[in-house]
Write a protein that binds this ligand. Structure first.
Ligand SMILES: Cc1ncc(COP(=O)(O)OP(=O)(O)O)c(N)n1
Ligand SMILES: Cc1nc(C(=O)O)sc1CCOP(=O)(O)O
Length: 222
């Protein structure tokens, strides 16, 4: 299946509402089956983020998992995202590279992945969000965590105030709220002004990942 070009990737990013990070699920079932279910339920961007052993996957294992996710994303017209590693994003033919505050500078990552890959940045304060909203080369950013979360231990909550401030800032780049978001809390996140979210456990730990994704998709797409 041919890959998406830069224009198609940016259009899909603009339209994206539901972003899922998953681990490689080596011990909890089949990655292909999980990806198929989550994407059928309406996930727009699927990121491999596997820190389940307390450290990132080795490069070969990461590439193998990305191949599985990439095939599923291509079937569903979703974007494939890589966390942290520009070299792996390039090698995997990913559409998206997500960078934290301590990861590669955007200008350096851009040199590695080229122009067509979308670059995202994590932000945890109004200052960081404002920088990501204007820094050249950043295509989207995330604000959080809205609540403390076991998925990101040690990261203090930025709270919904950061979502409110970002919404009020009139940021024109796509931005996503992240951290502790589940079905019960989504209404508060939307009321604070977000219209895009990133989730992990709300779908990865759901008994029925397709139904969980579909629940979010319905609320995010109105
Ligand atoms: C979409 C998305 N948003 C935020 C993060 C967190 O990135 P980072 O701060 O680099 O932390 P780690 O994921 O590397 O632990 C993300 N991965 N994806
Ligand atoms: C990976 C990650 N990054 C965050 C940030 O604030 O940058 S919060 C987070 C974990 C989100 O997981 P869950 O949906 O299970 O709470």
């Amino acid at each position: 299946m041919p890959g998406l070009d830069a224009t198609q990737i940016r259009r899909k990013l603009a339209d994206a509402r539901l972003y899922l990070c998953t681990d490689a699920r080596t011990e909890r079932g089949d990655l292909a089956e999980f990806a198929e279910a989550a994407l059928a339920g309406g996930v727009d961007i699927l990121q491999l983020r596997d820190k389940s052993a307390g450290a990132p996957l080795e490069a070969r294992a990461e590439l193998a998992a990305l191949e599985v996710l990439g095939e599923a994303c291509a079937r569903h017209g979703a974007l494939l995202a890589v966390n942290d590693r520009a070299d792996i994003a390039l090698a995997a033919g990913a559409d998206v590279l997500h960078l934290g505050q301590d990861d590669l500078p955007v200008s350096v990552a851009r040199r590695v992945v080229g122009e067509h890959v979308v670059l995202g940045r994590s932000t945890h304060s109004a200052e960081q969000a404002s920088a990501a909203a204007t820094e050249p080369g950043v295509d989207y950013f995330c604000t959080g965590p809205c609540w403390t979360t076991p998925t990101k231990p040690g990261r203090p909550a930025a709270g919904l105030d950061l979502v409110r401030e970002t919404a009020a800032s009139g940021a024109t780049r796509p931005w996503f709220a992240i951290g502790g978001i589940d079905a019960a809390r989504l209404p508060e996140v939307l009321a604070a002004g977000a219209d895009r979210v990133v989730v992990v456990r709300a779908i990865t730990e759901a008994e029925d990942p397709r139904a969980a994704a579909d629940w979010f998709r319905t609320r995010l797409r109105g």
